[in-house]
Design a protein around this ligand. Structure first.
Ligand code: SF4
Length: 734
């Protein structure tokens, strides 16, 4: 059933006004027909299978092309992550492809850093300049002086380039500014991380707990649909959130928790499970260590104890704990995604992991799965040179002892003289808009001024480009091929990103850019293939995948493999003890709490609200806020304020205010949404708006940029994540 451009689709919290989730963008989506590979409704003359890059989920896409133009994008029916459907953002991907603001030519800076003044350059000139600077830095300071900040699937070519070049300074902000704490928390407990896509089996869960996780606003396609199916089946849904989110609108229980007190709630849930004997005895007895210490630790942490800290009534804590216990092992306590909030985030995630262990949900249907990936051997490159120095992201090697990836915020700091053992002197920034991504804007700006050389590789002229010496226009995901995607998932598969249409303007694919830079740096031996097709073919042939078949279909499925203990997987844990560690000896040895402790968060000063941030369902943060199609649905953010608080301030819904943080930094104006759907002690903004880049002609000046208000952070001492929910704001009438 085709949908007219003006037809909107609504799902979500109908009782709370609903969330508009699609804007004339989709030919098939929730509740509508699933497409067929040969789609009679196509208005194209060919269909090219590929996978999406509007967010990192990487759903399979069928791109419909007519006379060289992509006319629509639909969900690939055979791809396990799309199953025939896309989320609104994926369906609106042509808004990126045909964005009139796209970077069109390589640019070379002509004015001062940050002034955004450039002249156009040829690829030859731009690449020679980049290679020349990288060569100079390598000679003057060693290859470790170059840092790569990267995000997105195309970054693999640049990671490879940097390893070949010899720099250990390769960081994705998605670690220290987003999901790092949950990986470390689960690693410490189970010896294994959460993965992406997350290994949760919501489809078969009897109880789903979302604790600060905004499914429905966080539109990870398959996961939202698994959640919707579970709701349809009657699974119990418990949502813990200071805000009545879309998911809360579907919940049996909404726990409007006081921000920063999740650990207290989690400990009291453990208390009830243990005191009432609702935990999974077999898991605890056979596979865990430290149960006695845990029992003693939570003994006094009753629901009454937690009530005083969280504001959640004891009977509600008890009732929800019993529902979790009754559903075990088919209970998912979702790990969330962006979990860098208060600086105790690894411990908070560890509390989620321990609760998961108590419910026996690890490795069980309806809990956390143990998926495997299709085996696709790596390209047989020669070994990389060993870096001469460790990464520069920590002032001392003993800082953040459990971090298992480089910290983007640390590399940024290392660019400011005196912050690190040695300085990062040059930056390559691929697909990540650091000024809107990293907190502490003054430090980010200082680092951007200090760097001797910056190159930005992007599709749009985002803020980071304004600080670069050279800007390279990359082809979008619909104009380029990339590496093969074969993640661990319950249905193993391998998917291809293919060029749907030729690159527009003078843009080039990432693989070509990386290879050209490598050639100029005498690293051609690390890029021995002629082009991406030859590279991909080599991997496909090593994997025994028919290259013609995968090019035709875009995806091939591997044999279904067991994902649970019930299916025969032997329980094994990669922890030091070889067991699930309820008590972590590793944390104790490093001087941290071996079992999570609750410490109250700092209270907002009088007249201030805690600033919370999240997502819009039609945007992937700042990556899509210039997308005119998606902006038909949402073209600016609003600051959510409790209706009673707004009344007290004399501020009406729809009025514009400036947000002023605890350090006097102002941001806005931004529209107020006065609502009953949020606690009175916090306000909420969706991230990715408030652009200032001159060349983002659509997004510029729309809404407020929360990153400018993140002038302080609480750094997680275990892994270096930057907790950002420690900022407070007042509302100033315009
Ligand atoms: S969840 Fe949406 S934006 Fe993300 S990859 Fe899938 S379709 Fe694209």
């Amino acid at each position: 059933m085709p949908v007219t451009r003006r037809k909107f689709i609504r799902i979500g919290a109908a009782s709370a006004g609903g969330m508009v989730l699609g804007g004339g963008l989709v030919s098939d989506w929730y509740g509508l027909d699933a497409p067929r590979l040969t789609d009679p409704a196509t208005d194209g003359d060919r269909i090219v299978p590929t996978f999406c890059e509007i967010c990192f989920w990487k759903c399979g896409v069928l791109a419909h092309v007519k006379q060289g133009r992509v006319t629509k994008l639909t969900g690939h029916p055979d791809h396990p992550l799309s199953r025939g459907r896309l989320c609104p953002r994926g369906a609106g991907g042509t808004g990126l492809l045909y964005d009139p603001d796209r970077l069109k030519k390589p640019l070379v800076r002509t004015g001062r850093r940050g002034e955004e003044t450039f002249r156009e350059a040829s690829w030859e000139e731009a690449l020679d300049r980049i290679a020349g600077e990288m060569d100079r830095l390598r000679r003057d300071y060693g290859p470790q002086s170059m840092a790569l900040f990267q995000h997105g699937y195309g970054s693999s070519w640049f990671t490879h380039l940097f390893r070949a070049y010899g720099s250990p300074n390769i960081a994705a902000p998605s670690y220290a500014q987003c999901r790092g704490p949950r990986e470390v928390g689960f690693q410490l407990t189970f010896g294994d991380g959460v993965l992406s896509p997350e290994r949760v089996d919501m489809e078969r869960a009897d109880c789903i707990v979302l604790i600060g996780s905004h499914l429905g606003e966080n539109m990870h396609n398959t996961q939202v649909r698994d959640f919707a199916r579970a709701v349809g089946r009657g699974a119990t849904v418990i949502v813990v959130d200071p805000r009545f989110s879309v998911a809360a609108g579907k919940a049996d229980h909404w726990l409007p928790i006081k921000p920063g007190t999740d650990i207290a709630l989690l400990l009291s849930w453990m208390n009830v499970l243990i005191e009432e004997g609702l935990y999974d005895r077999s898991t605890v007895e056979n596979f865990t260590t430290g149960f006695d210490q845990l029992r003693a630790h939570v003994a006094g942490k009753t629901p009454e104890w937690a009530y005083a800290r969280t504001g959640i009534r004891p009977e509600l804590i008890r009732a929800t704990a019993r529902k979790i216990g009754a559903a075990k092992p088919a209970a998912v306590i979702h790990p969330g995604r962006r979990v860098t909030w208060y600086g105790d985030d690894t411990q908070r995630t560890r509390a989620i992991a321990i609760l998961t262990a108590l419910t026996g949900s690890w490795g069980r249907a309806g809990g956390y799965l143990l998926p495997t990936a299709m085996k696709v051997p790596k390209y047989p490159y020669a070994p990389y040179p060993a870096p001469d120095a460790p990464a520069a992201d920590r002032a001392k090697p003993s800082d953040f002892p459990m971090a298992d990836a480089t910290l983007a915020s640390g590399l940024c700091a290392a660019t400011i003289p005196g912050s690190s053992a040695y300085g990062a002197k040059g930056w390559m920034v691929y697909g990540t808009n650091l000024p809107l991504t990293l907190p502490e804007p003054e430090r980010v700006e200082a680092a951007l001024q200090e760097a001797e050389f910056i190159v930005a590789i992007d599709v749009l002229p985002a803020e980071i480009c304004g600080w670069a010496d050279v800007v390279l226009p990359e082809a979008t995901y619909l104009e380029r091929a990339d590496d093969i995607d074969a993640p661990a998932y319950r249905e193993p598969y391998a998917a291809l990103r293919q060029e749907v249409v030729s690159p527009l303007h003078d843009s080039k694919p990432g693989w070509w850019i990386a290879k050209e830079i490598a050639n100029r740096l005498d690293l051609a031996s690390f890029f021995p293939w002629k082009d991406v097709d030859e590279y991909v073919d080599a991997r496909l042939s090593a994997a025994g995948i028919d290259r013609r078949e995968i090019r035709e279909k875009g995806v091939v499925l591997g044999p279904r493999t067991p994902c649970t203990y019930e299916e025969g997987i032997a329980p094994e844990f990669g922890t030091e003890s070889g067991k699930i560690e309820l008590y972590s000896a590793a944390l104790a040895a490093a001087g941290f709490d071996p079992i999570p402790e609750f410490r109250p968060p700092e209270e907002p000063p009088a007249g201030y609200f805690r600033l919370l941030i999240g997502r819009s369902p039609v945007h992937t943060f700042g990556r899509t806020t210039n997308n005119r199609l998606l902006s038909e649905v949402c073209d600016e953010n609003e600051v959510w304020v409790a209706a009673s608080a707004a009344r007290e301030l004399g501020i009406a819904s729809g009025e514009r205010v400036v947000l002023v943080n605890q350090d006097g930094v102002e941001e806005g104006p931004v529209k107020v949404k006065a609502t009953e759907r949020i606690r009175t002690d916090c306000v909420f903004l969706t991230h990715g708006f408030g652009h200032r880049a001159k060349a983002l002609s659509f997004a510029r000046g729309r809404g407020a940029d929360d990153a400018r208000l993140m002038t302080r952070v609480s750094v997680d001492p275990i892994m270096g994540g930057t907790g950002m929910n420690v900022n407070f704001v007042t509302l100033k009438r315009v």
